[in-house]
Ligand binder design. Structure first.
Ligand SMILES: Nc1ncnc2c1ncn2[C@@H]1O[C@H](COP(=O)(O)OP(=O)(O)OP(=O)(O)O)[C@@H](O)[C@H]1O
Ligand SMILES: [Mg+2]
Length: 315
């Protein structure tokens, strides 16, 4: 197992208000696997990613959990040791990363900055490596490396960020909404690129998005989140064909058809500021008495699902 996240919880607190952004989240990631983390805005996806890479800042706080990478807890190890793993083994493409490049330095200097800070000082080797990466992501190194971020389109900047995340040959890349700011055509191109990075280089990927259709094209497994809770975790194929959790069912029924009429979907507004119970309770058509209590996670049809409908009976 490459990465094992267990019981991870993160809160943000301001005064007497506490937002439970990530609640007791657990999942495993195998080497070479693509895990899609999917959920609507505010479901805690970026917070989860930030917790894994120790980037939660006040008022945020990790209140429980372990993040075991190759047998060692990233959250427990001394920061110096963790820093050596970051970029070299685990890298990160942040949300809105097309705006994350330093605007006052050239594209090449962004690579050089990351290289320098990890002791990669051989300028000639660096030039070669960067050119190779630029070609891999479909950019012309001669043209692009001397440019400034503002001279690039959004799609080009996103490609640069992906190339940058690969500079030190990581084993795992965490990508937060890597295509959400792009037009459909560029989305498809970036997805294809990510797929090839995964297949050809055996790099594991955690791919975060709110777009289930988008992620279903590349993820081996999907991890569905709602209000900081894991709602369903299983093989992409199984989840798309036969979603178990009513929330996953809603996500899938809301995928617009390629042709024809848009179905009349019944999306209830979230009216609850629930205190306890199932996070999806106020929107769920299947809710019953039991749902006033937070559902446990059940194993059902080769999946993990947080929903009382799948509680085994008569066991
Ligand atoms: N710095 C912060 N301070 C206070 N609350 C925060 C902070 N960052 C996130 N939150 C809250 O934590 C919850 C989860 O936010 P998060 O950004 O992780 O969600 P997300 O799933 O990444 O959403 P999006 O799809 O919009 O990027 C939300 O309720 C959000 O308001
Ligand atoms: Mg986010």
């Amino acid at each position: 197992m490459l990465l094992e996240v267990s019981d991870l919880s993160v809160i943000y607190s301001a005064g007497n208000k506490v937002v439970r952004a990530v609640n007791n989240v657990s999942f495993d990631l195998e080497k070479g696997e693509v895990l899609g983390i999917i959920g609507e805005s505010g479901s805690g996806k970026s917070t989860l990613a930030n917790a894994i890479i120790r980037a939660i800042k006040p008022p945020g706080k990790i209140v429980s959990g372990r993040v075991i990478y190759k047998g060692k807890d990233l959250l427990e190890m001394p920061y110096d040791e963790f820093r050596k793993i970051m970029w070299k083994e685990i890298s990160y493409v942040p949300q809105a990363s097309q705006n994350a490049l330093n605007p006052v330095i050239t594209v090449y200097d962004s690579f050089k900055y990351v290289a320098d800070s990890h002791g990669f000082n051989d300028e000639k080797a660096l030039r070669e490596k960067v050119s190779e990466l630029m070609k891999l992501v479909g950019l012309d190194p001669k043209r692009v490396l001397n440019m400034y971020p503002f001279q690039l389109s959004g799609g080009m900047r996103q490609r640069v960020m992906i190339a940058l995340s690969m500079l030190l040959d990581p084993e795992l890349i965490i990508m937060d909404e890597p295509t959400s700011a792009l037009d459909m055509l560029n989305q498809e191109l970036i997805l294809k690129l990510i797929k090839s990075i995964n297949k050809e280089m055996q790099i594991s990927i955690i791919y975060i998005t709110h777009d289930i259709l988008n992620v279903a094209q590349i993820a081996d497994r999907l991890f569905v989140m709602y209000k900081g809770y894991m709602m369903e975790d299983g093989k992409t194929e199984d989840i798309i064909k036969d979603p178990l959790n009513p929330y996953t069912q809603l996500l899938i029924s809301s995928i617009p058809p390629l042709k024809g009429e848009i179905k009349n979907i019944n999306v209830k507004e979230d009216t609850s500021y629930y205190v306890s119970g199932c996070p999806f309770l106020s929107r769920c058509d299947h809710a019953f008495e039991r749902c006033k209590e937070l559902p446990s996670v059940f194993l059902y049809k080769n999946r993990k699902v947080r929903c009382w409908l799948y509680e085994p009976h008569g066991a």
